[in-house]
Design a protein around this ligand. Structure first.
Ligand SMILES: Nc1ncnc2c1ncn2[C@@H]1O[C@H](COP(=O)(O)OP(=O)(O)OP(=O)(O)O)[C@@H](O)[C@H]1O
Length: 452
């Protein structure tokens, strides 16, 4: 636990960082001006987070005041993209480190750990730390969930924390690539089942003939090819959570088997006469309109209600553009780590491009674009020139909007044909245009006899 002073005039940002730090058991004091801050500089803080621009003066000159009044306290500068040079300047003047706004949770935690571990050099260290302090120096860049700051993200986070501790089944809806699986994992991790397995099953990828064996397991010799006993996903998830992705793709027969298992909380492996009790929580996801499928008689209503004790809609990226750069920074850190690169951030024009684009492939597309751009970047910053042309040529992207209605069954075959024509039969591009995953497109092609 550290005692932390946050000096920032942005009330929303201060509140966010305060809440975040309190969650990690730190004691936080917030002041919105230098004048207010100077009244509490009595050496009682382990670390001070200081904004560069405050209504009554600039952060860099306030560094001298801090150093005079409380010489051993490390100061971390909070900066936006355009101010990185000033942050480096502040470090030359004795700041301990800097973090970028909007902040990366792991970067903040790392900087606190470093600052509280070694305060001995905070007083007059003038050598800037390695340049990538805010994101790419992070010890561990994990695939964990990043929570945004937009209203849509706040609502999502609120729903997740409300439903997570219960044992309710949750139906997670949202377009392809919005982060449904990440939401499911987050629900699991915030539940009392977190010490048990989280098993994700892609229902769209399981051929219906082997689905019951995949779900419930089989015993040796129960069918040709069953050469050993095999545990199914339900048994593997025992005690924990099973996540049924693309649940709308299950065949009617498999839906019946699934319903039975969920009602009875017992499973019987294929070829076995023994029933096994399972204690699992069920989360399911769909990027289709499952209610419509129920109306059309393609999805069982009883199963729908069993899965949908609570529902969470994951917003499309276009509906939470305030979060764009938070996610972009997160994916940048992951890409740096995976590719062994040290790209610092995005230049102004690149940010403008990212912000103008409508992101039909949502977070998955953003992640891919950033990974590719990091690979192509030779300097410190991602520039417009390394971004894919479709991201920068906004007019082209608007083409996608007419295709964003695949869930309406009546016209979907026609839309699929049109998308394939437009992309010269390139399924990946067609799926992107239609705003569905490739798996979903392949399934639909099969359904409509377009897969030859
Ligand atoms: N909140 C988040 N924080 C960090 N990364 C995220 C977040 N949401 C999504 N991602 C990343 O975006 C990518 C797409 O997420 P995910 O696979 O969960 O989407 P999905 O909605 O389940 O996609 P599909 O419908 O195609 O199955 C993943 O690489 C994931 O790690």
């Amino acid at each position: 636990m550290a005692t932390i002073l946050v000096i920032d005039d942005d009330v929303t940002f201060s509140l966010l960082i305060e809440r975040f730090l309190v969650r990690y058991d730190h004691e936080v004091t917030v002041r919105h001006s230098l004048k207010e801050a100077s009244t509490v500089l009595d050496g009682a803080f382990d670390i001070i987070f200081l904004d560069l621009r405050l209504p009554d003066g600039d952060g860099i000159s306030f560094l001298d005041v801090i150093k005079e009044q409380t010489p051993g306290t490390p100061v971390v500068i909070m900066t936006n993209y355009a101010e990185v040079a000033s942050a480096v300047n502040a470090m030359k003047k004795g700041a301990f480190d800097y973090i970028s706004k909007p902040f990366q949770q792991e970067a903040v935690l790392n900087v606190i750990e470093n600052a509280t571990k070694d305060t001995s050099n905070a007083e007059n260290e003038v050598v800037p730390k390695k340049k990538l302090s805010s994101t790419t120096e992070r010890k561990e860049v994990s695939g964990e969930m990043v929570f945004g700051i937009s209203n849509a993200s706040k609502k999502l986070a609120e729903y997740i924390s409300l439903v997570a501790p219960t044992d309710m089944s949750v139906l997670i809806t949202g377009k392809s690539g919005t982060g449904k699986e990440v939401v499911a994992k987050s629900i699991h991790l915030q539940s009392s089942r977190k010490g048990y397995p989280f098993i994700a099953v892609d229902c769209g990828a399981i051929p219906k003939e082997i689905a019951s064996s995949e779900f419930f397991g089989h015993v040796k010799g129960s069918f040709t090819g069953a050469v050993t006993d095999k545990k199914g996903h339900f048994e593997e998830a025992n005690g924990g959570t099973i996540f049924l992705d693309e649940v709308g793709n299950l065949s009617y027969e498999n839906q019946i088997q699934l319903l039975r298992a969920l009602q009875e909380r017992k499973i019987k492996p294929v070829g076995s006469s023994k029933e096994i009790d399972v204690d699992i929580r069920v989360l399911a996801a769909t990027n289709e309109n499952l209610l419509k499928a129920v109306e059309l008689g393609e999805f069982r209503e009883d199963l729908y209600h069993r899965l949908n004790e609570f529902s969470v809609k994951v917003p499309s990226l276009i509906d939470r553009m305030e979060d764009l750069m938070i996610f972009a920074e997160h994916f940048l850190a992951i890409a740096n780590k995976k590719l062994g690169k040290q790209v610092i951030g995005f230049d102004k024009d690149a940010i403008a491009c990212l912000q103008k684009y409508n992101w039909p492939g949502n977070l998955r597309e953003l992640q891919n674009v950033i990974k590719r751009s990091v690979l192509l970047t030779t300097g410190d910053y991602i520039t417009e020139s390394v971004l894919p042309s479709e991201v920068c040529e906004v007019s082209e992207t608007h083409d996608t909007t007419v295709f964003n209605t695949l869930s309406t069954k009546d016209n979907e075959k026609a839309l699929i044909i049109a998308a394939l024509e437009k992309t010269n039969n390139n399924k990946t591009l067609a799926a992107k245009l239609l705003n569905v995953s490739r798996k979903t497109l392949y399934n639909k092609l099969k359904t409509y006899g377009l897969d030859s």
